[in-house]
Design a protein around this ligand. Structure first.
Ligand SMILES: [Zn+2]
Length: 94
């Protein structure tokens, strides 16, 4: 039998896509030796699900607020983040 536990850099809760909160059981320093290590795949941003440039959350392009900046379309998780980006795009790019 395997005992399941989660390990992260710190014990701070990790917010996953969709708002699910994962609280790590151990840090890299305190984790017991594992028999099997599972690393969740990072979901790569695709055309239909770009990342909000403000908070890196995956958004549904079809329904998200968006704006065009320097010939690129940016999609946002919420109107507030669209407004933040619009006020100073440079802070969220690069
Ligand atoms: Zn956002």
């Amino acid at each position: 039998m395997f005992k399941l536990f989660t390990v992260a850099e710190t014990l701070d809760p990790v917010k996953a896509t969709g708002g699910m909160i994962i609280v790590p059981d151990y840090t890299f320093e305190t984790a017991p030796a594992a028999k099997v290590v599972v690393i969740p795949a990072q979901s790569a941003a695709d055309d239909a699900h770009p990342l909000c440039p403000v908070c890196d959350m995956e958004v549904a392009k079809a329904t998200s607020p968006s704006l065009s900046y320097r010939k690129r379309i940016y999609c946002f998780c919420m109107e507030e983040h669209r407004a933040m980006f619009e006020a100073g795009p440079a802070a969220f790019l690069g």
